[in-house]
Design a protein around this ligand. Structure first.
Ligand SMILES: Cc1ncc(COP(=O)(O)O)c(C=O)c1O
Length: 406
């Protein structure tokens, strides 16, 4: 059963106060808090297990190599990858996208080819493609958004042409909260093209359990820290079809079968793409986070978070001068808004005085802000450990902020 008070006890940081007030943490879209199970996994690693992986013959190294590969298996099972070797440990979503842009670019992009992304992407899913298109003289095209903050998909079959080599889009928008119909998009793309499809799952994995085989994507990327795991670790899921053809991204220790002074023969995936000593405890901590969220269950998580979003949306709309950005019926856990005449940074600073942590700014989605012609938004983003009482505090503090600033 979903017991919010018990769940909150699992997150020690939720007990702290900020500026003399209980912390109300609504910046989960930027990074999520860590349950004790994840903290314990990290402490256990440093107290008992610290060693390097990669063919060590001594006990500690053998133990940690097994633990690291078990972590890969846990994460692969969670997203239903066909094999754990389709999962590459990276530093996070950003590095995963850069890896695909680099390798896919070398393998499959030439002058005149097209890459299709959307206007609602995080900068991490725009810039690597801009750079690649500039380098290869390829064309970058965008699926537009509408005023509700949804993708305009009527012309998808026209935007995808015979020259389209890759389509990349976010599963859930970090600024608007929109849940994109990724499975339907992929089947429509597949019907007219053999372009590869990358899904940016950074904002989806804290709220739902993706099934990469059911979605039918080629690549699915996410970060550990938004999924209640450690920072500095993330995942690139890639079908073997691509990993077998990709050139290495970074090279060095850990990536090889043999090295002579003249030549290197590379190992198979995933090792070929994991140069150097990885974030071992990060991988183990991420698997601990996944086990933890699965013990709560994503159905219960989504039910609670959607109730929080509906409650907060209703309360917010009662305040005069508030405009919400992202009004799709298919959204979750993100409430982006502005108050007429007030700058998001000023509102954010005052909310902080009341212990309320929200994020103000462009949220690394400047094209969305340009679409709405705004400098940024105030963004409250929810996790399953948030409460209705905390939303009351947000609303109350916001009213005080408006009085102070008006
Ligand atoms: C949709 C989306 N994509 C990519 C990123 C980048 O993630 P990271 O900074 O963990 O690499 C974020 C982070 O906010 C995001 O929300």
């Amino acid at each position: 059963m979903f017991d919010i008070q018990n769940i909150r006890k699992d997150f020690p940081i939720l007990n702290r106060s900020v500026n003399g007030k209980p912390l109300v943490y609504f910046d989960n879209g930027a990074t999520a808090q860590k349950p004790q199970a994840v903290i314990d996994a990290l402490v256990q690693y440093y107290t008992n297990q610290n060693s390097n992986i990669h063919r060590g013959v001594h006990t500690l190294s053998r133990e940690i190599t097994i633990a690291y590969e078990e972590a890969r298996q846990t994460i692969a099972t969670h997203i239903n990858a066909a094999q754990p070797s389709e999962l590459i440990f990276t530093r996070g979503t950003t590095e995963s996208i850069n890896l695909v842009a680099y390798c896919f670019g070398k393998l499959a992009i030439s002058e005149g080819d097209e890459i299709l992304i959307t206007e609602m992407e995080h900068h991490s899913n725009i810039i690597p493609w801009q750079m690649l298109c500039e380098e290869k003289k390829a064309v970058l095209k965008y699926i537009p958004i509408n005023a509700a903050g949804e993708l305009v998909l009527e012309n998808l079959e026209t935007l995808v042409t015979g020259k389209t080599k890759l389509v990349a889009f976010t599963h859930i928008s970090n600024t608007l909260g929109t849940i994109n119909p990724v499975k339907a998009m992929i089947s429509r793309i597949r019907a007219v093209s053999d372009a590869a499809v990358l899904i940016d799952g950074a904002q989806a994995v804290p709220h739902l359990k993706p099934d990469v085989q059911d979605l039918g994507c080629d690549f699915y990327v996410f970060s550990g820290h938004k999924l209640f795991g450690p920072t500095g670790v993330g995942i690139l899921y890639a079908r073997h079809y691509w990993l077998d053809q990709f050139p290495p991204y970074q090279t060095g220790g850990g990536t090889i079968k043999t090295v002579s002074l003249n030549k290197t023969e590379f190992a198979d995936a995933p090792l070929k793409f994991e140069a150097g000593t990885p974030h071992i405890e990060g991988g183990i901590g991420l698997a601990a986070a996944i086990n933890y969220v699965n013990s709560i269950g994503f159905d219960a998580i989504r039910q609670h978070e959607d109730a929080l979003l509906n409650y907060a949306t209703e309360k917010l709309l009662e305040i005069e001068g508030v405009r919400i950005y992202g009004t799709s019926a298919h959204k979750t856990s993100v409430l982006s808004f502005n108050v007429e005449g007030l700058h998001p940074f000023d509102v954010g600073s005052i909310l902080d005085k009341y212990g309320v942590a929200i994020r103000s700014g462009h949220h690394c989605t400047q094209p969305i802000c340009q679409f709405y012609n705004i400098p940024g938004t105030i963004r409250a983003s929810f996790a399953f450990y948030n409460t209705f009482e905390e939303i009351d505090i947000l609303i109350d503090s916001l009213k005080k902020a408006i009085r102070l600033l008006s």
